[in-house]
Design a protein around this ligand. Structure first.
Ligand code: ZN
Length: 342
């Protein structure tokens, strides 16, 4: 029987120092060629083991085989020049050096499918794979070809759908699309962002998730959060649209955030990955703190739809802190299972 309150992480875990220098984003690989391929697979095995030791129910790849959750996918597409990069402002918040769209985008070959097959072979537990969402992709590059965010998002959605179908066939149980941009560009979400995401999940039989957060715990995001006031009501703008979509699971930032949890009522009926671990702090939550966040959200999510998780990826944290947080997540979920005898 499937366990109640199945735990999972949003996506990334820190990489081993021999693979890429830890505690930074876009960390460069330390290996190359065959050694890099082998190193990535070894890191994937370690990330699996760490999740299993912590008692995590739905396994992720820890994003050990990608440098970044958006740009790595984009760099595998044709029509994109990733050597002559441009600096753009991401989510109206911070500058980053990103690839440039120079022609029609297309996926010549699978991006993560081999990695997913590899992970599938290592475990019988359900596995979840994250892909960037179309809107967040559009927001993480410079477009010198389509000159329309909507048009480009639509093209990316088609490409993502091809990849998602192959991931599904490789045995992935849940495909998650990361859309932090949904928390910033509400009008666009309602105009075309959600439609593009629906295009990306078209025809999939496996479960689908959308992850919408307030970003990694990096300085630019932390500074932005300070400007959002006492109540973060961004989710309110987009939840009605998501509730009416075909997405099965919504992954949200809940712990240590100013999101009023009653907003989750707006997506009642959907499964909710409740972020009960703060990824912007090195302090490891106590199991009781995790349980407290889960308990509060239970007022707005039916228990069979509650999936305890992290607020966002843990890539920028130290490995020790990330391990501690994984264990706290499991222990916190266990408190609620015992309390409610579920
Ligand atoms: Zn996130």
């Amino acid at each position: 029987m499937k366990r109640s309150l199945p735990t999972s992480i949003v996506g990334s875990l820190p990489k081993p120092a021999w693979l890429a220098p830890p505690e930074k984003l876009w960390s460069p690989w330390k290996l190359e060629g065959e050694q890099l391929l082998e190193g990535k697979q070894d890191a994937l095995r370690i990330s699996l083991q760490e999740q299993q030791l912590a008692g995590v129910d739905i396994i992720s790849d820890g994003e050990q085989t990608r440098q970044h959750f958006v740009t790595t996918f984009i760099e595998h597409l044709s029509g994109v020049d990733f050597e002559n990069r441009k600096v753009v402002r991401i989510r109206n918040r911070y500058d980053a050096s990103v690839p440039v769209v120079v022609g029609e985008v297309a996926r010549q070959k699978a991006v993560f499918v081999e990695d997913a097959r590899f992970l599938r072979k290592q475990t019988t537990q359900p596995i979840k794979w994250a892909l960037p969402g179309p809107m967040t992709m559009v927001d993480t590059l410079y477009d010198a070809h389509y000159k329309s965010r909507e048009k480009l998002a639509w093209e990316f959605a088609k490409v993502l759908n091809e990849e998602a179908r192959e991931l599904q066939d490789a045995g992935v149980d849940i495909i998650q699309f990361d859309e932090p941009a949904f928390n910033v560009f509400f009008d666009e979400v309602n105009d075309w962002g959600m439609a593009a995401l629906e295009k990306a999940i078209e025809g999939l039989q496996c479960e689908t998730a959308v992850h919408i957060c307030y970003g990694y715990g990096i300085q630019a995001n932390n500074d932005w959060k300070k400007t959002l006031g006492a109540e973060w009501r961004q989710y309110e703008e987009i939840f009605p649209k998501i509730r009416n979509s075909n997405i099965d699971i919504i992954s949200l930032e809940c712990h240590n955030s100013n999101v009023p949890l009653d907003l989750i009522e707006l997506v009642r009926g959907k499964k909710v990955m409740v972020g009960a671990i703060d990824v912007a702090s090195n302090e490891i939550e106590t199991p009781e703190e995790v349980a407290d966040t889960l308990r509060k959200t239970l007022a707005f999510v039916d228990i069979e739809n509650l999936y305890p998780s992290t607020n966002c990826g843990m890539a920028p944290l130290s490995r020790t802190v990330a391990r501690g947080k994984l264990s706290a997540l499991s222990a916190g979920a266990e408190i609620i299972r015992k309390e409610l005898a579920v």
